[in-house]
Every structure is written in C-alpha cells, then in structure tokens.
Design a binder for this molecule. Structure first.
Ligand code: SAM
Length: 216
C-alpha cells in the first residue's frame, strides 16, 4: 500500500486542524481517574507523536491489515499517523477509559475505536473480527503492568502480525519496558530514538520476532 501525506482526520472548527495540546482537559481528567494507568498528566508532544508515527509506518506491513494503536489516549499519535499518510480507516485505536474513547470518536469520526482492556487484546480482536494487523503501536504503561500480563499481550499481538512485523513501544524509562525473553517471548529489541521534546523525555523501542536463518 502506498502512503500519501494528507490532511488530519481530526474534526475542528471549520474543518481546521486542532492541535492535540490545545485541550489538555480530557487527558488530565483521564490521568486523575487513573494515574497509574495513564502514567503521566501530559499527552505525547507533537514531536514524539511524529517520531512514533514514523517508526510505526516504517515497520508496518500495510497489506496485512490496519495499524493497531494500544492506549490511544486523546489521540496525538493517531493524528500524526493520519497526517503522515495512514488513512484513518486503516487504524484501530484501543483505549480503556470511556471519556477518552468518546473524545477520540468525536475528534476522529471515522476511526475504529475499541473500548476495553488492551491486555485482553486477543479476545478484543477476535470479537472485532480482525485476523491480522500491519503494525502495533503501544503507549500502554508497561512498566506498571505485571510482566506476565504484558508478555501475554505481546504474544497475542505477535500472533496477528505478519513475519517481520513489529511492536513500537514508548516509555519514559531507560530500558525496554517489556522483558523480551519473559516466558518464552524470545523477541529482539531495538532502541529507535529518544525524543527530548517531551515531558518527560520519551524512549521509543521496537520489538520483533527474530527471523529464522534459512537452512542451506
Ligand atoms: C501514556 S498514555 C498514552 C496516551 C497517548 N497515546 C499519548 O501518546 O499521549 C497511556 C494510555 O493508555 C491507556 N491505557 C492504560 N492501560 C490500558 C489498558 N490496559 N487497556 C487500554 N488502554 C489502556 C490509558 O488510559 C492512557 O490513555
């Protein structure tokens, strides 16, 4: 699938683009409802969102299905994906917080928003009849999630990624937030970038299944 840079899918006054940080209220309220689950009172910055969208689209196998975004919040990264050429109807956004889901649906009327627990992503995708995905972008606060639950989530999404498919994960920490060897996951991690223009600075990691060496 070829990507073309196009306009934002976010609906603003007169159809204009509405900057993500223009309205911090919904994200702040989400954080107040669940500080551990949301992780930080500020959404990703414009620069972080662009870097994440780029890393995701570079890793994506768009012929395999939609891009899956876990923990979409108020949608700054969703917006960057759309701005960088991913059609809004080729993104599935998963978010647990009901108010944030309403906000996402209002901002991106054609976005497929699944409200629920992304740690049960296998069941969610099965009931939404999504057999495979192009790439996974995760903003889930994995450092605060039990390693077994995080590993199960990753294992479930890798079952729906094509060979060579990747999870792009962001974190405020200095190490990959999901142990790539936990419970037989056997993943490779690559440090993609640290974006300093974010409060706090954000690290981006890519997880992949190692490709099997061909027997000669
Ligand atoms: C660090 S914020 C990232 C928000 C947004 N993607 C951004 O970059 O600004 C994490 C988001 O994941 C959501 N979240 C946390 N745990 C979740 C879970 N188990 N299932 C679905 N969403 C979850 C939170 O509600 C929050 O919106």
């Amino acid at each position: 699938m070829t990507l073309f840079i196009n306009g934002s899918g976010r609906t603003g006054k007169n159809g204009s683009r509405r900057p993500s940080l223009a309205n911090p209220g919904p994200f702040l309220r989400g954080w107040a409802r669940n500080p551990v689950g949301v992780g930080w009172p500020f959404a990703s910055s414009y620069w972080t969102a662009r870097r994440l969208a780029e890393a995701t689209l570079v890793a994506a196998h768009l012929e395999a299905g939609p891009v899956l975004e876990l923990g979409a919040g108020t949608g700054p990264v969703t917006e960057a994906l759309i701005e960088m050429g991913c059609p809004v109807d080729r993104i599935i956004a998963v978010e647990r917080d009901a108010e944030l889901c309403l906000y996402l649906r209002r901002c991106f009327p054609r976005l497929n928003v699944l409200q629920g627990n992304a740690l049960e992503i296998g069941e969610m995708l099965a009931s939404a009849r999504v057999p495979s995905v192009a790439a996974v972008l995760s903003g889930l606060p994995m450092r605060a999630i039990h390693p077994a639950a995080a590993a199960r989530c990753y294992s479930d999404v890798f079952q729906r990624l094509p060979p060579g498919g990747a999870i792009i994960q962001y974190t405020y920490g200095f190490r990959p937030p999901v142990d790539p060897q936990y419970a037989g996951l056997a993943l490779e991690t690559t440090f993609v970038a640290r974006e300093w223009r974010n409060v706090p600075p954000m690290a981006i990691w890519r997880y992949r299944r190692p490709t099997m060496a061909r027997a000669t």
